[in-house]
Each structure stands twice: as structure tokens, then as C-alpha cells.
Design a protein around this ligand. Sequence first.
Ligand SMILES: Nc1ncnc2c1ncn2[C@@H]1O[C@H](COP(=O)(O)OP(=O)(O)OP(=O)(O)O)[C@@H](O)[C@H]1O
Ligand SMILES: [Mg+2]
Length: 275
Amino acid sequence: MTLALDKLWEQELSKAQAIETQTAARTAAPIVAFYSAKGGSGTTTLAVNTAAAMARKFARQVVLIDFGLPFGHAALFADLVATGSIASASKAAVADFEKVLLGNVVHHRAGMAVLPGTLRPEEVDLMTADLTGRVLDVVVTGQKVVLADLGTSLAEAALAVLERAECVVVVVPPEIAAMTDARRALAIFRDILNVPDNRIELVLNQRSPRQPLDRAAVESILGRKMSVVVGFDDTRPEESTLAGGLVLQRDTSSMVARGAIELARVVLSNLKLDG
Ligand SMILES: Nc1ncnc2c1ncn2[C@@H]1O[C@H](COP(=O)(O)OP(=O)(O)OP(=O)(O)O)[C@@H](O)[C@H]1O
Ligand SMILES: [Mg+2]
């Protein structure tokens, strides 16, 4: 109980600092979508740590929106206490929507923040394209970068994000089923959603100890180069979460921390925010 109150107090302090920075900034952030065709690929782990890596450069101006439905894990992985969500804000009166939505953003001491999509699985139906558009309009204001964890979803909220995304990070584990799924997803991005190839960054995430396919094999099957390769990190990401912190903060030499730092660099360069 005391621990939860301490965390909430720390989040509130971080929030007050963030509001100050963002009000002064008057920027509108580009959106970076994180997607994987296959569940459990490490999308949320990489999105959360990449957000924290970006916040080293743009403190209090990086937000990760969690569209991982029905169960988003971004706040959990960042050890944040979620108090509300996009879905709960959608029930507010129109005049209060923006205030309630921003009130549901939880702020991390690392300088990034998380906005949960839903806190309960039955709220999934509330996540429409229209609501997503309204959320993005509000959240991009005052930020430098907005990340969106889509998980494996290509439902209407995810499509609304992809339509506006300036960069799409596709996480691929080196496994046979993931190859077929990634090929199909990349074809959808190119042929149906008209996402230009230079806006897609592929990440090979070696989330298991032995890989049946190496980088060269994956690149040959997908006909695309990997932007970043993240090595196997054993139980480090989970242990960091259990110990109440991001692996990026707790163990900077870990594979996920190094991968997230490299991915943050690649994405910021793609967005021309590396100056
Ligand atoms: N490079 C890695 N090395 C070791 N373990 C990893 C690595 N990347 C991710 N993991 C682990 O894999 C598991 C799944 O990761 P995560 O929840 O981020 O995947 P996801 O793609 O978001 O899954 P979901 O489909 O549930 O949204 C977690 O236990 C995480 O710690
Ligand atoms: Mg996830």
C-alpha cells in the first residue's frame, strides 16, 4: 500500500514536470508504430525500452500509447501504476475528454510516459478509429515523439495509427511461422496501407536461446535488411520488471538495453530528429 502510494506520488511529480516542459514546447510529435505479426515477439519490451532510450534525449516529451489489446503490458513493464485509459477517458463528457485523457497518462521517472489503451478486456470495443484519431490529436501536442504499441493488431484502432505513423517498427523473431506472418504483414503495409519502404524499420529479436534462422536467412526470406538485431537476453527483461525497473536502466549492457538504444537512434534518424 505504502509502495503504491510512493509510486503514485513519484508519478505525479514527474507529471507536473512533464506538463511544464510540454506547455513550453508547442510541438506536434511524429508517431512511431510498433507492430509484430506474431504474439510474444518482444514488441512491448522493445517499445517501452526504446521510449526510455528516446527520453534520454527528449526528457518528458516521449509518450508510449498502449494499443496492445485486450491486455496491454506497457505500464506493467515500466513499473507504472495505471489509473485510467483511453477507453475510460472515452466515457467522459466531450468537454472533459482532453483533460481526462491527459490525466490518464502515467509518467515514468526515466522521462517517458505511458497511456494505457484499456485496463479491462471488455473495453476493447470502445477502441474505434474515431476515438483513436481524437486521442492522437490530443497526445501529439507538446511531445517530441509518440510511440504506439499495436501488438499484433490490425483492427480499426491500429489501422488509424498506421495511417498517421511516420515510421513503423516491425518486430520479427527468427522463427519459421513468424516469417510467413511477417511477409504477409509487410505486403499489407506496402500494398494496402501504402506505407513507403523507407518508413519501415525491421527488428530481428532473438528472444529465445537457440535460433533456427540467422540474420542472413531472415533477410533472404523477407527480402529486406534488418535495421537492428537484438540478441538473446536470457531472463534479464523479466528480472528487471520484477525488480521494479526497465532493463535499460538496470542493466545497460544487456541485449535489450543495447538493442533499444540502437533502435531509438535508427528511428530518430528516420524521423530526422537526430540533429
Ligand atoms: N531479446 C530478448 N531476450 C530474451 N527475452 C526476451 C527478449 N525480447 C523479449 N523477451 C521476453 O519475451 C517475452 C515476451 O515479450 P513481450 O511481452 O514484450 O512480447 P510482445 O510481442 O509484446 O507480446 P504480446 O503478443 O503479448 O503483446 C517477455 O517475457 C520478454 O521479457
Ligand atoms: Mg505486447
